[in-house]
Design a protein around this ligand. Structure first.
Ligand SMILES: Nc1ncnc2c1ncn2[C@@H]1O[C@H](COP(=O)(O)OP(=O)(O)OP(=O)(O)O)[C@@H](O)[C@H]1O
Length: 968
């Protein structure tokens, strides 16, 4: 090896060793606590300052100061953070959303605190603890790595750590003290952060912003190791360090030179981009900000006060007015986060990049230096910059399609860092780009007026995005992404739209900021700003435009009136505390997570009576009879028509609700389409009023599906005079018409495990098909294959003649296949009526009357319609979900355990509804454990076991009598 190669390798190993330390620390903290510590770099910076303070300012001996910094301050900081920030959050439920916001809050707090305490300027006199010679640093890494491996493998603590990583709840139940493990994880993580900080500080700029960011860039090595294997992190860190160092030897000429130079100087950023964007996302648990986005209505008069406050600076002069000019511009930037994070529910830790691009492009266009475009006057340059930056929103919008939570946070952070390093830090941008203001608005007062006008436009745009169909779809996506897909919302395009609109607004605000400062200043848009702005918007109400304006005023005002760093410190404290405010925005998440309180302001309504009334149509007339929306709108109700022409009642399965037979008798179904209203007292042959029969069909003590049987499933009994149970795959009650939805030879696998082993299923129109079976039989997997949320390994799903095996969930809904969820999927921040409206707006048919009809059908047309879904009782929410599905006008309705969480009366009411829907021609699939409900509504029951359908037939035969089949 030549001596140059050798020297460069040593230099690379030195950098790599520091990165490896951080990687090990980040992984250990993450494994012990589930938190990706965004404050890691800030802790490193604080420790470097503490060591410098002890040695340089107080004259302590280096090794004493190092011992204090690394063995007391750093781990102590970790323990304090665990005890006072993260433990309270884990007590509140261990929500990763709160932890992410809190760790960003800690980052911002430490950075702001450091700026306050030590000033924002860079120090170049940090003491050298270990020489630049890499062997000492490598030795430290090797010792630490070996120690971590030994502790994890051989000690009790390591066993506890592994137990917590495997299953935290189970570990706690097993007696593991999770808090102790978490505290140790934080202490160790902070120790490694401190070590990284003191090792790096002498060789880089020690300042409150630069060092934390530098350390956070090496999160790449932990992500590349999937936040799991410290050894992989060490290998990646050393490899990237050496490669980065060796790249400095290459000197290509032409356009390649600046590129290679940029890459060579930022190889860890390249690694971060690859790890965060190209590798599958880590920590993709559903995180953020729908949690932080519940909208608290602004207090009355708040907008008036805000208006007056924003007009006040017009009376300012000199420096004050010059400073105030930043507020509306920053307000516009923060509004971009309201769109992306508040409304769309997407994390964006890269928003400063778009703001910076807006300013940079405006400056380049106004100076005539933008490649391929002529020099433009300032207003046109700003407009053109917005138009050019908007599509770049896909840089963060694209990763958002497949990533959520931490994975998305990392991806957007990586894009922000990448743009900062590869675009803003380049000579053309750092050499001093001036930026003029539009003609006539040169002085601060006139420019401020112009900014207020632009801010007004931005507010109008944000308001428009919050209202109407798109606004509701965005809120639905934020509240419950799978629920939104099921409602027909095109989630991927909507995410892109949110990020593109966000990028446009950020670019506008960034350009305004640049004009305010009369220059493009790369530091004004560095990635630390992204974190600060994100935290500021979240703590002041991410879905609140007023909150964004307040945040802008606070950020500018606090720093202008005091020492730089106060604003960051205040926002940091608020972000650390935000997850702990009782009744705060996080309540929305709790509701969304299904932990709904058992009672609520609105109790279950007498559904049966409403159905009966609607079937009769006394107050609505025949046109509004209770036919499910889609069928009414299209007139497509083949089954209803067929039955109207005399479907034999004898086909009714034993136990079928009487109400169902009334509906299937042709009265209601035909009435809806053909005009004549059903007789006022719709009764079935037995003379029972409609609706009561359903309750009759569901005995008090409801049967549940038996637990997984030992051995083969029982052979269903054959009753005299009834058809035998059909072989697998054959439909017992096969209708004359072809099925609406057909599954053929479906195979589904999870890894190497076959969950479906060749399932055939047909869902005929006008029939309720039920699938029952023990836990783990594959029912949900089959359901998911039909709904489009699991792609089968083999086999096909057809809707009529159309092959939809590969069609995504939202497209299936738009085609006419609606579904409900086992765990409620409602949109808690939307009202009941808005929930249903989302279904009607995104579904198969666009029918203006669908919302009202469906609300009436489900008994939701009273005062409850105007209440937010959050906090309503489970029974009501099940109806809301069903109403949303029906409002889409489906031809097939898939119900996953629709009776879960319902009481007996609610189940009876549900049975009546399902019966009426089938009577109207809809094809229904019910996957259910409640055998009495199944017996009451199903035409045909399929029994699944071990991924196959093992028996099929009418419920009376497959399930036997209630007594005979009683389960536990
Ligand atoms: N995401 C997954 N990864 C790995 N295995 C899975 C996954 N989902 C389900 N399985 C396994 O596939 C099998 C079938 O699961 P499925 O949820 O479809 O059964 P099920 O009949 O719906 O059970 P339950 O009534 O408990 O919901 C089970 O053994 C389950 O453990």
């Amino acid at each position: 090896m030549s001596s140059l190669t050798y020297d460069l390798t040593l230099a690379g190993l030195s950098v790599g060793a520091a990165a490896a330390l951080s990687g090990i620390g980040l992984i250990v903290t993450y494994r012990a606590t589930g938190v990706l510590n965004f404050a890691h770099g800030a802790i490193a910076m604080v420790c470097a300052y503490v060591l410098r303070g002890c040695v340089v300012e107080w004259g302590w001996p280096l090794w004493w100061a190092a011992a204090l910094t690394l063995l007391v301050v750093a781990p102590g900081l970790g323990v304090v953070l665990e005890r006072f920030v993260f433990r309270p959050l884990s007590v509140l439920g261990g929500d990763p959303a709160r932890a992410l916001v809190a760790s960003i809050g800690v980052f911002v707090l430490l950075v702001g605190g450091a700026a306050l305490l030590w000033g924002p300027g860079a120090r170049d006199d940090a003491p050298v603890l270990v020489s630049a010679d890499p062997w000492g640093q490598l030795a430290v890494v090797a010792v630490l790595g070996a120690a971590v491996a030994a502790v994890v493998r051989r000690t009790r603590f390591g066993r506890e750590l592994r137990a917590i990583v495997d299953d935290r709840r189970l570990a706690v139940l097993g007696g593991v003290d999770a808090d102790r493990v978490a505290a140790a994880g934080w202490a160790f993580g902070s120790f490694t952060a401190g070590l990284t900080g003191v090792l790096l500080a002498p060789y880089v700029r020690l300042d409150p912003y630069g060092l934390p960011l530098l350390v956070m860039e090496v999160v790449a090595v932990a992500v590349a190791a999937r936040m799991r294997a410290p050894a992989v992190a060490v290998a990646v860190a050393l490899g990237v360090g050496v490669a980065q160092s060796q790249l400095t030897r290459l000197h290509p000429s032409g356009w390649g030179e600046p590129l290679l130079h940029a890459v060579g100087a930022n190889l860890f950023v390249v690694a971060l981009l690859i790890a965060a964007l190209a590798l599958p996302g880590v920590g993709a648990r559903d995180a953020l900000p729908r949690t932080a986005t519940a909208r608290t209505p602004a207090p009355p008069g708040a907008w008036l006060v805000a208006g007056v406050l924003f007009l006040l600076p017009l009376g300012f002069a000199g420096r004050d007015l010059h400073t105030a000019v930043q507020v509306p511009a920053l307000g516009v930037v923060l509004l971009s986060l309201v769109v992306v994070t508040g409304r769309g529910g997407q994390i964006s830790l890269g928003q400063a990049a778009y703001a910076g691009l807006g300013a940079l492009f405006t400056a380049l266009l106004a100076a005539g230096r933008f490649p391929g475009l002529p020099r433009l006057p300032e207003p046109a340059a700003l407009a053109a910059a917005v138009v050019l930056v908007a599509p770049l929103g896909v840089l963060t919008g694209w990763p958002a399609i497949g990533r959520r939570g931490l994975a998305l946070a990392l991806a957007t952070f990586a894009v922000g860092v990448g743009v900062s390093r590869f675009v803003f830090d380049q000579p053309y941008a750092t050499s001093g780009l001036s930026l003029g203001r539009p003609a006539g608005f040169d002085d601060d007062r006139a420019y401020y007026v112009l900014e207020l006008v632009l801010l007004g436009c931005a507010l109008t745009a944000v308001r428009a995005l919050r209202r109407g169909r798109t606004g509701r779809a965005l809120a639905a996506m934020r509240d419950h992404e799978s629920g939104a897909r099921a409602a027909g919302v095109r989630v991927p395009s909507l995410k892109l739209l949110a990020f593109v609109c966000g990028a446009a607004l950020a670019a506008l605000g960034g350009g305004m900021l640049g004009m305010g400062l009369r220059a493009f200043d790369p530091d004004a848009y560095d990635p630390v700003r992204s974190l600060l702005w994100f935290a500021a918007v979240v703590v002041l109400g991410a879905d609140s435009a007023l909150g964004a304006l307040l945040a802008a005023a606070l950020l500018v005002g606090l720093d202008a009136g005091t020492r730089g760093g106060v604003a960051a410190a205040v926002i940091g404290v608020l972000a650390v505390l935000v997850g702990r405010f009782p009744g705060g925005p996080y309540e929305a998440l709790r509701a969304a997570a299904g932990r709904l309180r058992p009672g609520g302001p609105v109790g279950p309504t007498p559904l049966g009576a409403r159905v009966r009334r609607l079937l009769r149509g006394p107050d609505t007339g025949p046109a509004a009879a209770p036919v499910p929306t889609g069928a009414t709108a299209t007139g497509a109700g083949p089954r209803g028509n067929r039955r109207g022409k005399g479907t034999p009642e004898g086909r009714r399965a034993p136990g079928r609700p009487a109400g169902r037979s009334a509906a299937t008798g042709g009265r209601a179904g035909r009435g809806a389409r053909d005009g004549p209203p059903a007789p006022p007292s719709a009764e079935d042959a037995s003379g029972r009023p409609l609706g009561e029969g359903a309750a009759h069909g569901v005995p008090e003590g409801r049967r549940r599906a038996p637990a997984a049987p030992e051995g083969p499933p029982p052979v269903p009994r054959r009753t005299a005079g009834s058809p035998a149970v059909r072989p697998v795959g054959a439909s017992a009650a096969a209708p004359a018409s072809s099925p609406v939805l057909t599954a053929r030879a479906l195979y589904a696998r999870y890894g190497g495990f076959t969950a479906l082993g060749g399932v055939d299923l047909e869902l005929p129109a006008g029939r309720v098909t039920a699938v029952v079976g023990p836990n783990g039989a594959g029912k949900s997997t089959l359901f998911h294959c039909l709904a489009g949320t699991v792609r089968p390994a083999r086999g096909s799903v057809r809707f009529g003649a159309r092959d939809i095996t590969r069609m995504p969930a939202h497209s299936r809904t738009r085609l006419g296949i609606a579904r409900t969820f086992q765990h409620l999927a409602v949109f808690p921040t939307l009202t009941v009526a808005e929930n249903v409206r989302v279904g009607a707006e995104q579904g198969r048919v666009r029918d203006a009357g669908a919302v009202e009809r469906t609300l009436r059908l489900l008994g939701l047309d009273g005062p409850v319609r105007a209440l937010p879904a959050a906090g309503l009782p489970t029974g009501t929410l099940r109806r809301v979900e069903l109403a949303r599905a029906l409002a889409a006008g489906p031809r097939v309705l898939l119900l996953d355990e629709p009776a879960a969480g319902l009481d007996t009366a609610e189940v009876a009411a549900l049975a009546r509804i399902l019966g009426a829907l089938a009577a109207d021609g809809m094809a229904l699939l019910v996957v259910e454990h409640d055998l009495d409900l199944v017996a009451g509504v199903a035409d045909v029951v399929h029994v699944m076991a071990a991924g196959r359908i093992v028996a099929s037939g009418p419920p009376g035969h497959v399930l036997g009598t209630p007594e005979g089949a009683s389960g536990p």
